[in-house]
Ligand binder design. Structure first.
Ligand SMILES: Cc1ncc(COP(=O)(O)O)c(C=O)c1O
Length: 375
């Protein structure tokens, strides 16, 4: 058997994306400009202007096949971070790289380690490919319990160990010490995958420097968040060990990156001003929302997020996540329902940080939430 059975595929979990502003506007009759879209962790300022201009300029090349390894983009990324272009592989968003990593580095029924609460696509792709997800538990308020993670790593010797920093959906940041501990505790045949999709919002440089110390480590990043290019679909994997990148290059769909993705990525990777603007907006909004939510008694901001979203805990026992989610929608606010995120459940919502006026709409909508029998 090379993959899960067709029936297992059909019965498997589907990713639940955040709703669109158009849907909420149409369904609830709210002007689209008033909808606060806080369920997909997108950039509050839109796309990188440098990337947008480069995409427009590349329209004349649409009839030509792109370089199948996205060479120009690999060179631009390698130069930005000081690595060899042969240590970079590009994908149609990080999601494509996650699926490639699972196919290349784990065999049928082999274990893939992740946190019990994590970005659902690690689990979904592992299951689709007939790999075996195993889960490390998390502590109170979704703190990392790295002793438990490392114990599983040693005991189960998974083929792949996923880590996310900042974590989705808790937003918590892993310490360098913990990442080193995982790389050093892993069996030499275990690939450690560090997903840094949201790293800019932590206002740290991230962990690429660790690549030089650990030949079993690969870092994944995306252009969907701080660069504002979720619609263009660009992600990359980087390692100081070309032996980790070579299988990914072989397994990827040959021309997985189009002319527009390559051109947009080359320009976007150096749009530091756009990234800095988004980071500042998120930081200001985090402080504002933290301050406002500290005054609430029915809802609580789960502490510790260093990302562009945070978890809201529902303290009122008469309310559940889907109730609150639905009522927020009626007020033109889109968040993520904890019931749609395995491991999160009925007491939590995941909410993006965004422009202040959108966060004020969220705070107002929360204050309007009613319990059905008291409405
Ligand atoms: C932790 C994490 N990794 C990867 C991704 C996927 O990003 P991309 O848009 O590059 O596929 C997401 C998107 O939500 C994410 O939350």
């Amino acid at each position: 058997m090379v993959r899960a059975s067709l029936q297992a595929l059909i019965d498997g979990e589907l990713y639940v994306p955040g709703l669109s502003a158009e849907y909420v506007s149409r369904t609830y009759g709210i002007p689209i400009g008033d909808v606060a879209k806080l369920g997909s962790a997108e950039n509050p300022h839109g796309a990188s202007p440098k990337a947008s201009a480069a995409v427009e300029a590349a329209l004349g090349r649409l009839s030509l096949y792109p370089d199948w390894t996205a060479k120009d983009l690999r060179i631009a990324i390698a130069e930005k971070f000081g690595f060899d272009p042969d240590g970079v592989v590009c994908g149609s968003g990080e999601t494509e790289l996650i699926s490639m990593v699972i196919r290349a580095f784990a065999g049928p029924n082999e274990a893939v380690l992740m946190h019990e609460l994590c970005f659902p696509l690690y689990r979904i792709y592992a299951c689709c490919e007939g790999r075996r997800p195993i889960y490390a538990p998390m502590g109170k308020d979704f703190t990392f319990q790295m002793d438990r993670y490392v114990a599983l790593l040693k005991q189960e010797r998974p083929k792949i160990a996923f880590l996310t920093t900042p974590h989705n959906p808790s937003g918590r940041l892993l310490s360098e010490q913990d990442i080193r501990l995982v790389c050093e505790s892993a069996d030499p045949r275990t690939l450690v995958v560090l997903d840094e999709a949201y790293i800019h919002y932590s206002e740290t440089a991230g962990s690429m420097h660790l690549l030089r110390d650990y030949p079993n480590l690969i870092v994944l990043r995306t252009f969907s968040k701080a660069y504002g290019l979720a619609g263009l679909r660009i992600g990359f994997g980087i390692s100081d060990n070309p032996a980790l990148i070579d299988p990914l290059r072989r397994i990827k769909p040959t021309w997985n990156m189009g002319q527009l993705q390559i051109a947009g990525g080359v320009a976007g990777i150096n749009d530091d001003a756009h990234v800095a603007r988004a980071v500042q907006t998120i930081s200001d909004s985090r402080t504002h929302v933290e301050d406002q939510m500290a005054r609430m008694d029915r809802f609580r901001m789960v502490p510790g997020s260093r990302s562009n979203f945070f978890l809201t805990e529902i303290l009122d026992p008469a309310l559940g996540a889907s109730d609150v989610f639905d009522q927020l929608l009626e007020h033109g606010v889109i968040v993520k329902d904890g019931n749609d995120i395995q491991g999160l459940g009925n007491r939590y919502l995941r909410v993006d940080l965004n422009l202040k006026e959108r966060m004020d709409r969220f705070l107002w909508a929360l204050s309007e939430v009613r319990i059905a029998s008291r409405a």
